[in-house]
Design a protein around this ligand. Structure first.
Ligand SMILES: *[C@@H]1O[C@H](CO)[C@@H](O)[C@H](O)[C@H]1NC(C)=O
Ligand SMILES: *[C@@H]1O[C@H](CO)[C@@H](O)[C@H](O)[C@H]1NC(C)=O
Ligand SMILES: *[C@@H]1O[C@H](CO)[C@@H](O)[C@H](O)[C@H]1NC(C)=O
Length: 360
């Protein structure tokens, strides 16, 4: 009996911890939010538990275990109802795994194409975790959708995911007609890390003169930089949620960025990023940094609020550390902000109605 009560108490404590009731104001679907936040916590716990039994880099092990838990939870849920009649097949576009979604309406005309890159911090989930949205896009737009199943970090760190993403897009642009798709009506898009891949791949396509231009790039709350984790949005988030809470907290983004850059988020890297000290003071004062990432470039409304405490000091940072990693951070494939010429990229940040209008 005593043991049972103890188990019950531990179980309740765990459940209370996981279903932490703090839900920020302004969120309408409070239970949905709670469930998503709870599942993130649960995955993290599974990851930590797993890493106790494995040796090597703990941060990488947590990430790997978290991925396994996410796939277990999401990849086996049936989402066929999201796009009735849409047919999914597997493909391999020059070495990159993809899923291809064919809409039900058949006609002799070439279809528009939509290449989707899923989110998950480049570290969680697979293309199949986003099967529902791929089916929905295919069915609603009557478009052929390619859902790209790139490999996750830390095993596939920078520039691995970019190479796989570009290989798939290049292949599809050159072979679109074989799939009944008009190569002049192909868009790329994705959420979060998928937005980052879409932006970067659009740059690479634009620069490769053997390829037709993409029709459109759609970035849904994209991840675009790993140099400053104290932008007003990060400050607002940290004020409104508890530290480490919520769905995409500063700590989470730092983990994703570190796993992408170095294949590890060990404390020495993580702690530097928490204070923006991974970037050297000299670079923070450079023209490139000032023209792309200075807080003064943001609209006033972001900086005039009660949560904003100003940018982190520009003289903070470690010049020696920066020298060892700046090659990665300055690469526009890692930081799309640093692309010099943005002309002709057909970028859209909001996509309501737009996809339909542009592709059809
Ligand atoms: C296929 O990938 C290789 C590199 O792996 C690349 O050299 C080649 O250009 C790609 N071909 C196409 C058609 O994308
Ligand atoms: C923000 O504050 C500055 C001065 O502190 C003021 O000039 C500006 O009009 C304010 N902007 C907004 C959008 O409130
Ligand atoms: C920027 O790119 C556009 C289109 O790709 C090109 O026409 C223009 O000359 C470029 N500008 C510079 C300064 O290189």
């Amino acid at each position: 009996m005593g043991r049972f009560l103890l188990c019950l108490a531990i179980g309740c404590a765990l459940l209370a911890y996981i279903l932490n009731p703090s839900v920020p104001d302004g969120i309408e679907e409070r239970w949905k939010y709670r469930l998503v936040a709870a599942s993130f916590k649960l995955y993290h716990l599974v990851g930590v538990a797993y890493s106790v039994f494995t040796s090597g880099d703990q941060s990488a092990n947590v990430a790997i275990a978290t991925q396994a838990a996410v796939c277990l939870a999401l990849d086996h849920v049936s989402t066929e109802h999201e796009g009735p009649g849409v047919i999914r097949t597997r493909g391999n576009f020059n070495g990159t795994r993809v899923y291809i979604y064919q809409p039900p309406q058949s006609s002799d005309e070439l279809l528009p194409g939509f290449i989707y890159f899923h989110g998950g911090g480049l570290s969680m989930g697979t293309a199949l975790s986003f099967d529902g949205i791929a089916r929905k896009i295919s069915s609603r737009l009557n478009a052929l959708v390619v859902n790209v199943d790139y490999d996750n970090t830390p095993k596939n760190k920078f520039p691995g995911p970019i190479r796989q993403a570009f290989a798939a897009v290049k292949w599809f642009l050159l072979h679109a007609r074989e799939y009944g798709v008009d190569p002049r009506r192909i868009a790329v898009g994705g959420d979060s890390a998928g937005g980052y891949l879409s932006a970067t791949v659009s740059h690479l396509v634009h620069d490769d003169k053997t390829l037709p231009e993409l029709k459109l790039q759609i970035l849904i709350y994209p991840w675009t930089q790993c140099l400053d984790f104290h932008f007003p949005s990060y400050q607002k988030y940290t004020k409104e949620f508890e530290v480490g809470e919520g769905i995409v907290c500063r700590e989470g983004m730092i983990m994703f960025c570190a796993l992408h850059a170095w294949g590890s988020a060990r404390p020495e890297l993580f702690d530097r990023m928490m204070t923006n000290s991974h970037v050297g003071p000299s670079f923070k004062k450079s023209a490139l940094y000032q023209q792309t990432l200075a807080h003064g470039l943001l609209p006033d409304s972001y900086r005039n609020s009660s949560y904003y405490e100003g940018p982190s000091p520009s003289d903070q940072g470690d010049e020696e550390f920066w020298k060892t990693s700046k090659e990665i951070f300055l690469d526009p494939r890692f930081t799309p902000h640093f692309r010099k010429n943005m002309t002709g990229l057909r970028l859209r940040l909001r996509w309501k109605h737009l996809v339909k209008r542009t592709l059809l």
